[in-house]
Structure formats: C-alpha cells, structure tokens
Design a protein around this ligand. Structure first.
Ligand SMILES: Nc1ncnc2c1ncn2[C@@H]1O[C@H](COP(=O)(O)OP(=O)(O)OP(=O)(O)O)[C@@H](O)[C@H]1O
Ligand SMILES: [Mg+2]
Length: 324
C-alpha cells in the first residue's frame, strides 16, 4: 500500500461506537456458557474496547502502527482502543496478517506505535522514544516457538530471566523447582530441551515467562505447533496457571474454539489494517472443563466468530486487499 492508499483507508470513529462492555449479563452457572438473548447481545461489531477511566490495567488508546520501509508502507493497525482489566483473560483472533502480533509487540513495548498511546497501570509505556522499564518488568512473553537455549537445562532455562536480574543461584533453583511443579515438570529440572516433547518445551517457556512473577502475560500463538490433544491439555494448564498466579493474560490464537474456551473476552481484529471488529464476552465461570465446548452457548459464539471472519475475508476480497 503506498502513502496515498494508506491515507485513503477509511478510519472509523471509535468515539461513535464506544461501548462499555457489560459484566456477565446472563449469570451463567458454574462452568457453563449461557445462551440467552442478553448474552448474545454483547456480541458487537466495530466496537471500541475502551473501559471506564481507571478500570484498565493495560490500555491501548487510539493506537495505530504504520510500518515504513524503503519500498512500501503498511498500515498494520489503526484506531485501536482497548482496555484490559487486571486478571482478565483476553484472546485476539483475526486473519493472518491482520496485526495480532503487531498488537502484542506493541503491548510488550517491543515496538512503538506510530499513533496513540499504550498505558500500563495508568502510566504511559513510552515517553518520547524512551520506554518505562519498570512497566516492562511486569510483563512476561511467550511466543509460538518455545525458544529455549538447547544447551541449558530446564532449570537454567526457567531461571534465565532471574539470572539476568542478578538473582542468586540458590533462589533461582528454588523458583525453578516451584515452577516445575506448577507446570507439571517435576523431575525434569536437569533435562535438556531436546529430551522434552513439544508440549513440555512450551510449558518450560511458560514457566520461564512466569519466573519473575509477571503480572501480565503476553502470548503469541503459544500452542500453534502442538497436536490437538496436547493443545487441549495446555489450555487447561494455562487456565489453571493464570488463576494460580492472578496473571492478566493476552493471548493470540488462530483457533476460535481455543479463543472462546480461554477468554473472558475475545477481540476479533478485521483484516488490513487491523481494527477491532468485535468483542465477544464469554460469561462461563472458571474453572472451565473441556465439556463446556459442547454446550450450545459456546458453540454459538464459535460459529458467530467464524462467520465474522468469513465476512471479513469476503469484504477484503471485494475491496482489493483493504477492509472497509
Ligand atoms: N517489522 C515489520 N516491517 C514491515 N511490515 C511489518 C512488520 N511486521 C509486520 N508487518 C506487516 O504488518 C501486518 C501485520 O502483521 P502481523 O505479524 O502483526 O500479523 P498477524 O495478525 O500476527 O498475522 P499471522 O496470523 O500470520 O501471524 C502485515 O501486513 C505485515 O506484513
Ligand atoms: Mg502473528
């Protein structure tokens, strides 16, 4: 997309569609997804995910990102307003290339937005070109590839962020043992990554991200490479870990069922440039069992989100690669 096309991309006014999302309106019983008309009415299109003042732990305010290189400009995200509450679990879905990773990297302070503001605990993440390092210390990151050091043991991989923070070896070992227990890898502390399965490696990556007690966990398709059964197990584990550590979680996934199972809210991004197309509340109480996925309320939401993605794809095709 050249500069003119970029400028021509119609930006929607988030103020016009600003809506505060309601809490569980259906009062779903434990472990079930309600399927009442009220519950369905919280599925909205073209919304702003802004929360009332002071309610958000992490906040994107009017965020956009334009990537500029010598040959092209890509407007990856535009006009993103999203507040995330403390201990909330938010999942991000959308077509390939719609800006999910970009959004997560912006939240992680790895890239600076070209417009708007990122706020963590009501303070700006960026002041000019300088990041607030104390805000960053509250973040844990997990990416699609476990990215472990092959010559480090499980224990040393888990303790690496602590070593970088100059925590002594005894404390690192204690913490690695504790986390090994939490992620179900007791007895594997001295194993090397190549001795582990894909799911185990991914759990080590999660433990590493948790090692310094981050209050906010940002995960980019952490289970993308796993088979369906291991993935189900990891979803249960992640739900348990998030609860045990009181972490706020933002997770990107290509699986709509996974997004609905894990989330308090599913944020669907539209294709190029990424905007918030809808936010879907998932009122099921926790802990959720896998059986919840068979319930009509759950299925309805999965079908609805899938339909939105299909419509988005059709819209994209009609507009030659740029969504409305
Ligand atoms: N560093 C970069 N430089 C230039 N363009 C980039 C850069 N990173 C991402 N983009 C562009 O921004 C857009 C969004 O990319 P992003 O990686 O955020 O998508 P995504 O939703 O995570 O896709 P996927 O589901 O395939 O992982 C794409 O058009 C991509 O080409
Ligand atoms: Mg991505």
């Amino acid at each position: 997309m050249d500069r003119q096309e970029t400028a021509d991309v119609r930006q929607r006014s988030s103020a016009a569609s600003a809506g505060v999302l309601e809490d569980d309106p259906a009062g779903a019983p434990n472990g079930t997804v309600a399927s009442t008309p009220e519950a369905d009415s919280v599925v909205r299109s073209d919304v702003s995910g802004a929360l009332p003042e002071g309610e958000a732990e992490i906040e994107l305010r009017g965020v956009s990102k334009l990537f500029t290189s010598r040959h092209r400009e890509t407007l990856a995200l535009t006009d993103i307003n999203l507040g995330i509450r403390k201990e909330e679990f938010v999942t991000l879905v959308g077509q390939s290339g719609c800006g999910k990773t970009t959004m997560l990297r912006i939240l992680a302070g790895l890239i600076k937005p070209t417009g708007g503001e990122v706020r963590i605990k009501d303070g700006p993440l960026w002041r000019g070109n300088t990041r607030d390092e104390s805000a960053l210390r509250q973040l844990g990151l997990v990416f699609q590839d476990a990215n472990l050091f092959p010559w480090y043991t499980v224990e040393d991989n888990i303790g690496l962020p602590l070593a970088l923070r100059k925590v002594d070896k005894k404390e690192r070992r204690r913490r690695a043992h504790e986390l090994g227990e939490l992620i179900g890898l007791t007895g594997f502390e001295r194993a090397l990554p190549r001795e582990l399965s894909g799911g185990m490696r991914q759990r080590v990556a999660i433990a590493r991200a948790l090692s310094y007690d981050p209050e906010i966990l940002l995960m980019d398709e952490p289970f993308g490479a796993l088979d369906a059964m291991t993935r189900d197990k990891m979803n249960m584990e992640l739900q348990r870990i998030a609860h045990a550590t009181n972490a706020t979680v933002v997770l990107v996934t290509h699986s709509i069922a996974e997004a609905v199972f894990l989330a308090d809210r599913v944020v669907l991004l539209s294709a190029r440039p990424g905007r918030i197309r809808s936010i879907t509340e998932i009122p099921a109480k926790r802990p959720r069992q896998l059986e919840v996925t068979a319930e009509p309320g759950f299925q309805d939401r999965v079908v609805n989100l899938r339909q939105q993605l299909i419509e988005d794809e059709e819209r994209l095709a009609r507009h030659g690669g740029v969504s409305e």
